[in-house]
Ligand binder design. Structure first.
Ligand code: NCD
Length: 362
């Protein structure tokens, strides 16, 4: 069993639902009067290490810290840091976490935030690890639902686009399955369906879900339509991406079939899955959603700095000398010094970094 020395946010399920609700409630209060929190983090430094492109997540975190009276350091282009000289993740994050009070990291490898947390000297926030998870986008989405729909339960949520590679929908499904009465309509091509491990979580929570091919066949039943872009950077080849792009586009004709109370959400960036004509529709919620992201991140920073010494379990499973994670995007396959760790005892194990299912063969 490996514990962190600090509070981290790797996955929302690291915390009980009451904790998420506390952060969302604080985010909602901050949104009403942000100026009242302008000294909440005076003297504190936040590091943002972005190994992948970002506009909203990085800038909303940075603005959040600045609005709280703190300061920021970091990089958004690893090519200008020692990563370009071949420095490993452990050394970069160990050093920077010694400079900062809290560290936000986005990295293309799945399980990277957990890997960083193993040796970090300050709390780590996962700002997206490959196609795996994106818990702070989910806090953003939950605050948006709380403010705009007035509830986090009994919602029929349509998820559309790249459900295989989109980390935002993985985290969101996991989180909404913790509230009663939520159900999901997963709209994707057969090639981009939701990963099995997410569907298993929904089944275990007793959440209903269906998988469909088109927006038109379900939009009239939805409280929320969560659009996502096809994640070009996660495809093995340009041909595979081109075969999937342009399949879904929410336009005026389709939104006309929705209820007047439905909200359209999108983590952004949008490519072409929402026609710009929809921006004028009162149901378009994505610009507001991006702003809620800043308020909820202010709430998250205050909360995590307030309980920074909370020790949390990171690896609770077992190491098997002959078992490696079969996911080529798992951080354990590039940072070889990491202790491997798997949950489960039967023939199928689950990697504790990236959740990939691995067959135990001896
Ligand atoms: C998302 C991400 O990075 O996963 N963007 C964001 O954080 N707002 C969605 C995406 O890139 O498609």
């Amino acid at each position: 069993m490996i514990f962190s020395n600090y509070a981290n946010l790797i996955d929302l399920s690291d915390y009980p639902v009451e904790w998420w609700e506390k952060v969302i409630k604080l985010g909602s209060e901050i949104a009403e009067d942000p100026g009242a929190y302008s000294k909440a983090c005076e003297g504190k430094i936040m590091a943002t290490l972005f190994y992948e492109p970002s506009t909203r997540t990085q800038m909303s975190f940075q603005t959040a810290m600045l609005r709280l009276g703190g300061t920021i350091i970091g990089f958004d282009n690893p090519a200008t840091s020692s990563v370009a000289k071949g420095e490993n993740l452990k050394d970069t994050t160990k050093i920077v976490s010694g400079y900062a009070d809290i560290m936000v990291m986005r990295n293309p490898m799945e399980g990277s935030a957990k890997a960083a947390a193993i040796s970090a000297d300050c709390p780590i926030i996962n700002a997206g690890d490959g196609r795996h998870l994106h818990p702070t986008q989910t806090l953003t989405d939950l605050l948006t639902l709380y403010k705009e729909k007035g509830r986090l339960d009994n919602l029929t949520v349509g998820l559309c686009g790249d459900l295989l590679n989109g980390r935002t929908v993985h985290s969101l499904c996991k989180a909404l399955s913790a509230f009663k009465g939520n159900s999901f309509v997963m709209i994707s091509t057969p090639g981009l369906r939701m990963p099995v491990y997410v569907k298993d979580i929904l089944n275990a929570a007793g959440c209903k879900f269906t998988e469909v091919d088109s927006i038109e066949e379900c939009i009239s039943t939805l409280d929320v339509l969560y659009m996502t872009r096809i994640q070009r950077e996660r495809f093995d080849s340009e041909e595979e991406y081109l075969a999937q792009k342009d399949v879904y586009c929410l336009d005026k004709r389709k939104i006309a079939m929705a209820s007047k109370d439905m909200i359209v959400m999108h983590p952004l960036p949008r490519v072409d899955e929402i026609a710009m004509e929809v921006d004028e529709d009162p149901r378009a919620g994505y610009y507001k959603q991006a702003k809620y992201g800043m308020y909820v991140r202010m709430a998250l920073i205050i909360t995590m700095l307030g309980e920074k010494d909370r020790r949390m379990p990171l690896l609770e499973g077992h190491t098997y000398p002959t078992v490696c994670c079969t996911n080529p995007r798992c951080i354990t396959n590039t940072e070889h010094y990491l202790p491997k760790s798997f949950r489960g005892t039967n023939d199928t194990l689950e990697c504790e970094y990236c959740d990939e299912r691995v067959l135990k063969t001896f």
